[in-house]
Design a protein around this ligand. Structure first.
Ligand SMILES: [Fe+2]
Length: 361
């Protein structure tokens, strides 16, 4: 059977906020895709998916049938994704679904996961991401997609220069005990080790700075570029995740209409308590260790949300994202929501740093 693949943009009924990306092709489907299992698509169609992904860095396969996580993993392998099964050093609480597919996040539903590129706080991070929607949420739970070059253009010039020059330092403090609400992970779960010797080997291999503090807390830091050259387009892109109390607070405020007020206040109170601790579990600083202040935080947030399209998941959606060109997040959700994720084509940012200082804007 000839499978005619069509390409279109997201329609107004498919998004929650920001419609400006509708002109860009995004969705791939076929007229008869409801009868077509994603693993039965032809080689010719797979080539079209690869071409579109290479060109735009984002593809949504919508309207196909799928038989769950193994089917998703098998599709990615047919698309030549070199899947990573470890998520080594990753911050988000996740569970394995197959050997190389995870839950996208187990973070509490009321939390907003704002703009980030995956594992941007580590040297080793994926070039490719894929998500599969097993169960769309009954309410909310949309995924925003962020145009990382547009974020760069949206930033005040002085701030983008500062980010480029100073870079970013991510500081994390780990305990060996699990946290209440499963918000942050232990060092054992994060680095997939059982003892300190194994941990030391993993930290050395990943090029992270570390220090054991007197109270048995592990401090880990990593300094990485905030600007990366997109190898496909040569354009500058912003790559970061912003952890500080202002970022958390401003996201809650931005989407306050989506909350029952007492719940929003409780979430805000909980987050503020975490950030008031001297050893906050995760903090984003400039590379010289100085704070990203409230105004700068809000400028970055505004630049990101102005470059976002927020789409609603449908059953069996598969989303492929280039992790340099596109950031992502998750809005607050009333669960259940089953979106699973896979990471592919790991690379080392230290091998790209020099190029990023030579590119055109
Ligand atoms: Fe993520």
């Amino acid at each position: 059977m000839y499978q005619n693949l069509s390409i279109r943009s997201l329609g107004p009924h498919e998004v929650s906020y920001n419609h400006h990306m509708h002109q860009k092709p995004f969705i791939l489907s076929t007229p008869n895709s409801q009868n077509l299992n994603i693993n039965d698509v032809s080689t010719q169609m797979l080539e079209e998916v690869k071409e579109t992904y290479q060109r735009y860095g984002r593809v949504m396969l919508r309207g196909f049938k799928s038989d769950g996580p193994r089917c998703f993993q098998s599709l990615l392998e047919r698309l030549d994704f070199d899947l990573d099964g470890e998520y080594l050093g990753g911050a988000s609480p996740r569970s394995n679904v197959t050997t190389k597919v995870y839950t996208s996040t187990d973070a509490p539903g009321p939390f907003i996961i704002s703009y980030h590129t995956e594992m941007c706080y580590l040297n080793h991070r994926p070039r490719q991401l894929a998500f599969y929607c097993q169960q769309p949420p009954p309410h909310n739970g949309e995924t925003p997609i962020f145009d990382c070059h547009q974020i760069y253009l949206n930033l005040p010039l002085s701030l983008s220069k500062k980010l480029e020059t100073k870079q970013l330092m991510y500081v994390r403090y780990f305990s060996s005990k699990k946290s209440w609400l499963n918000v942050y992970k232990t060092w054992q779960d994060t680095f997939l080790v059982e003892n300190k010797q194994q941990l030391a080997e993993k930290l050395k291999a990943t090029g992270l700075e570390s220090e054991w503090l007197d109270d048995g807390i592990l401090k880990v830091s990593c300094t990485v570029p905030a600007l990366i050259q997109d190898p496909v387009t040569g354009k500058k892109t912003i790559s970061l995740t912003l952890f500080n109390k202002w970022a958390f607070h401003s996201n809650l405020n931005r989407f306050k209409d989506r909350y029952f007020t007492p719940l929003r206040k409780a979430v805000d109170w909980y987050a503020m308590r975490q950030y008031d601790k001297p050893k906050v579990f995760f903090e984003t600083l400039f590379g010289d260790g100085s704070q990203i202040n409230k105004e700068e935080t809000e400028q970055i947030q505004q630049a990101a949300w102005d470059a976002a399209t927020v789409f609603k998941w449908q059953q069996d959606d598969i989303l492929l994202l280039d992790n340099i060109r596109w950031g992502h997040g998750r809005l607050n959700v009333i669960k259940p929501r089953k979106v699973i994720a896979a990471l592919g084509n790991m690379y080392d940012i230290r091998e790209m740093t020099l190029q990023s200082h030579q590119v055109e804007t």
